[in-house]
Design a protein around this ligand. Structure first.
Ligand code: ADP
Ligand code: ZN
Length: 204
């Protein structure tokens, strides 16, 4: 199964991706995670991408298309994969069409007034766990004991720009995949588990 997760920042793509890939045993491909890992390791790609991420802008299409093209060629992607945060522009979607055929695009729909709170209250751990300050008050990860931190682009200032970028550049993908007949909406304004139940129905 080749799946794309679509949705605004804060829609819960990462949370759903973690459950789906665990349950169905397919690789989780997050372009955001790949870029952040490169920034952390100080690679050439990381140095190039950093200023885009810090501003909440998209890195150029060629860069992310390259990342995905190489990743989905790997052996573990033969049985399928889940794309999280890619494609994010019509150009990226067209490039992906040339690389492979996607089975389903799951569009996580979230009330806009929830998004800012979700993102600015989000705290991360290096192990991949994420928390929200309203439901988790400790500053250490309950999975690994690591120290929680806030993503640099999860601040009020950057979120507004990320939402604008989403509306302008990514939202048109909804129409793009609707026209292909593979777009399915799920409600992302409810709990992670309740959203996943809708996803599960679509994947069965
Ligand atoms: P979120 O969905 O919460 O905004 P991501 O981790 O998917 O977070 O992306 C974080 C940042 O990484 C984006 O704001 C952008 O700068 C960069 N990025 C990730 N994926 C892409 C992509 N497909 N195209 C361009 N830039 C991307
Ligand atoms: Zn952790």
């Amino acid at each position: 199964m080749k799946i794309i997760l679509l949705g605004a920042p804060g829609a819960g793509k990462g949370s759903q991706a973690a459950i789906i890939t665990e349950k169905y045993g397919i690789p989780h491909i997050s372009t955001g995670d790949v870029l952040r890992a490169n920034i952390k390791q100080g690679t050439e790609l990381g140095k190039f991408a950093k200023e885009y991420l810090d501003k909440g802008e998209l890195v150029p299409d060629e860069v992310v298309v390259d990342i995905v093209a190489n990743r989905i060629k790997e052996e573990d992607c033969k049985k399928g994969f889940l794309l999280d945060g890619f494609p994010r522009t019509i150009e990226q979607a067209k490039a992906l069409d040339k690389l492979t055929e996607i089975d389903i695009v799951i569009n996580i729909v979230v009330d806009f007034d929830l998004i800012i709170d979700r993102i600015t209250g989000r705290r991360m751990c290096a192990c991949g766990a994420t928390y929200h300050i309203t439901t988790y008050s400790s500053d250490t990860c309950k999975a690994c004991g690591g120290k929680l931190y806030q993503r640099k682009d999860d601040t009020v200032e950057t979120v507004a720009n990320r939402l604008e970028v989403y509306n302008k550049q990514t939202a048109p993908l909804i129409e793009y995949y609707k026209n292909k007949g593979i777009l399915k909406d799920v409600n992302g304004s409810i709990s992670i588990q309740a959203t996943f139940e809708q996803v599960q129905k679509l994947l069965e």
